[in-house]
Design a protein. Structure first.
Length: 317
């Protein structure tokens, strides 16, 4: 019997990753090409190039059926029409009908959504959220993206703009986020935020091994210093864990999901603090049993965009 396969595409500001995913959520091959963001046609050509590379490799198997193409695209976008509205990292795309353009080339069903929603769907279908009805998923990296799954379906809200959990304010006196709001969890707990706070402490004269000899501090440097026993790095990650506890307490009170899944590079750094987050969660939630909600690491890691794109098609197959 021929298995169904899906092509998942993950579009970023500098690259397009694409992969072949089977109906069990296994990524069987993948590729990556540079993203050309000069104009709409160049951006589309980069996406097609990535898809073609996957299709070319897939032809090596004669019993392989590609049933659809799913794309994680930068927002804002309309997931119902597959139109990318005005992504800041891809200025060439303005009200660009990405789904329609790709469908025109390949004659296959095409779904487009943002990476947070798609990653949540992949985790719910095949990953750490499998077997749970209602899933909250957060990806902690350069920024913070989230997705909400209710009854196996992405919750898009009225216009498709729901689940912007990274821009929930937890401190109105906090620093201003790029979104314009103050004290968003993204401006406090993302990798960029951790690096900023580390730099501020170093400038203030704190002794640390973070980024020794480097002019630009990154979140990854803080993680490495923590692993090596650096006191400031530990302090920064503990503070970040507290920010996340406050935020997750709000998520529990608002959604009471069956499971909370955390992925991304910052989540990997903070995994040693998951126990502390669980312990403190009742202090930041009115829910009587917040500790009964599992807090787990995501399954797909850096491949969440490819798996997420495929999941967009799988849910319709």
């Amino acid at each position: 019997m021929t298995d169904k396969y899906f092509i998942g595409v993950d579009i970023g500001g500098t690259k397009v990753a694409a992969g072949l995913v089977n109906s069990a959520g296994e990524i069987t091959l993948q590729t990556r090409v540079p993203m050309a963001a000069a104009d709409a046609s160049a951006g589309l050509a980069a996406v097609i190039s990535a898809i073609e590379a996957v299709r070319g490799a897939a032809r090596l198997s004669s019993d392989l059926q590609i049933a659809g193409i799913g794309i994680c695209a930068p927002g804002p976008l309309d997931p119902r029409t597959g139109v990318v509205i005005n992504p800041p990292n891809l200025p060439g795309w303005r009200n660009f009908p990405l789904a329609a353009e790709i469908a025109k080339v390949y004659g296959l069903p095409v779904r487009v959504d943002n990476d947070g929603n798609a990653a949540a769907l992949a985790e719910a279908l095949w990953g750490a959220g499998r077997g749970y009805k209602n899933v909250f998923c957060a990806t902690l990296g350069t920024g913070i993206g989230t997705g909400i799954i209710f009854d196996g379906q992405i919750y898009h809200g009225r216009t498709g703009a729901a689940a912007e959990g990274g821009h929930v304010t937890i401190d109105y006196r906090g620093p201003r986020c790029k979104c314009g709001k103050f004290g968003c969890i993204e401006i406090l707990a993302s990798g960029t935020a951790i690096a900023r706070r580390a730099s501020e402490q170093i400038v203030a004269g704190r002794k640390t091994t973070i980024g020794e000899g480097e002019k630009i501090i990154t979140g990854e440097m803080v993680g490495r210093a923590y692993s090596a026993g650096d006191a400031l790095a530990k302090e920064l990650l503990q503070e970040t864990a507290k920010f996340l506890t406050i935020w997750l307490g709000t998520i529990v009170d608002l959604l009471e999901p069956d499971v909370m899944i955390i992925g991304g590079g910052v989540a990997t750094m903070l995994q040693p603090f998951f126990g502390e987050i669980r312990e403190l969660l009742p202090s930041w939630s009115v829910n009587p049993k917040p500790q009964e909600i599992p807090l787990v690491m995501a399954h797909y890691g850096n491949e969440a965009g490819i798996a997420g794109g495929a999941a967009l098609c799988r849910i319709q197959a």
